[in-house]
Design a protein around this ligand. Structure first.
Ligand SMILES: C[S@@+](CC[C@H](N)C(=O)[O-])C[C@H]1O[C@@H](n2cnc3c(N)ncnc32)[C@H](O)[C@@H]1O
Length: 355
């Protein structure tokens, strides 16, 4: 929509009706500042004001969106153009955020477990790491303080550890270097498991690797692990409660579960022209499909309360919820993502314990 043209048209028609900005605003039940904003092309009227505006200005909706009075001859053509523009605007609002990337076009979908697994496995077996980048311990995510500083996993010496969504094995190497006695990794992608295997073998590190979805029973031992962790792995599950219940069963009594994921508020806010704008509702937990180059991913944004409640329902005691920022790193990045990280959390990490 050409906001400037529409704004000028509103001002012109208002004057033709001999109305001041204040009188027009009062008739609409908005402030004169709002009217001034529209007329300067700095914003569009809310849906609820559109028909009252048209009534007062003696125009119709097609003319308002065209920013001019229309003759019968060009009325139909303009209506078609306006409809296409409105569809495009709606598409633009359907943004979503994965990692530091704003995804242009996403479609809400009915969640189908097989389809989600197939789509995401295909993505992670091909372009996943290249496309979204790899985050491995000691990093919990962009601009988040490092594990070396936070020590959320505790002393790993002689501990049995399991990583959920082990990707290419970089985090397992970190836990091996930190003294862990037994390393286990689980990932849905056979290709990622192969990457982990060859990477760890090259480093002379032994690990037991299991190719399975985290939601499924996969033969991992019960009451066995001191530490289960995941770095950007958990959010891929189709069933949070089942996943947390599984993890709870793998842990020894007193064992800890630590995981980090993209903060749900970060996924609702995008940066446009240096400003933070809400482009998605925090409450929207619908599943969506998003284009990632020549592949796709399927995900849903879950609220923080959804994670917390699922942990509690699975029997975990929550010890810590961290929403932190390494200000120096965010400032040094000099990017939209860095600017955003200075204003709101982009990553959260939770440490929970099996009692
Ligand atoms: C973001 S990576 C995490 C690995 C690493 N920390 C990283 O940043 O690259 C997500 C991993 O989760 C795996 N994954 C996705 N869905 C999964 C599921 N349902 N069960 C187990 N692993 C899954 C993917 O194959 C991928 O290796």
């Amino acid at each position: 929509m050409n906001q400037v043209k529409i704004g000028r048209f509103i001002a012109e028609r208002r004057k033709q009706q001999n109305l001041t900005q204040r009188e027009f605003a009062d008739a609409l039940g908005v402030s004169d500042k709002t009217v001034s904003k529209w007329e300067c092309g700095n914003g569009m009227p809310e849906l609820s004001s559109i028909q009252p505006i048209c009534k007062i200005l003696k125009i119709d909706v097609n003319e308002l969106f065209s920013g001019e009075k229309l003759t019968d001859a060009d009325y139909k053509k303009k209506a078609e153009e306006n409809m296409m523009k409105l569809i495009k605007e709606a598409e633009k609002m359907k943004k979503n955020i994965v990692g530091g990337n704003v995804l242009g076009c996403v479609d809400n979908v009915e969640m189908n477990v097989c389809e989600v697994h197939k789509t995401n496995t295909e993505f992670w077996s091909t372009i996943g790491s290249e496309c979204l980048g790899v985050t491995a311990l000691p990093s919990w995510g962009n601009f988040f303080p490092s594990e070396d500083k936070l020590n959320l996993l505790g002393d790993l010496t002689d501990k049995k550890v399991l990583e959920i969504g082990c990707g290419n094995g970089r985090s397992l190497k970190y836990t091996a270097d930190s003294g862990a006695a037994e390393l286990w990794g689980l990932d849905i992608s056979a290709n990622q498991i192969e990457c982990t295997k060859s990477f760890l073998q090259d480093q002379g590190i032994n690990a037991k690797l299991i190719c399975s979805s985290m939601e499924d029973e996969c033969g991992l031992p019960a009451d066995y692990f001191d530490v289960v962790y995941s770095v950007y792995g958990i959010g891929w599950t189709t069933d949070l409660n089942k996943t947390f219940k599984n993890i709870y069963s793998y842990l020894k009594k007193g064992g800890v579960f630590v995981f980090g994921w993209s903060h749900p508020i970060h996924k609702c806010v995008s940066v446009e022209d240096g400003r933070l704008i809400f482009s998605n509702s925090y409450f929207n937990e619908e599943w969506y499909r998003a284009d990632m180059g020549d592949k796709e991913i399927m995900l849903s944004n879950r609220m923080l309360s959804t994670y917390i409640n699922a942990l509690a329902d699975s029997g975990f005691m929550i010890e810590k919820l961290l929403e932190e920022i390494d200000r120096e790193k965010a400032m040094a990045a000099d990017s939209d993502f860095g600017k955003k990280a200075l204003m709101l959390p982009t990553v959260f990490v939770i440490r929970a314990r099996k009692l």
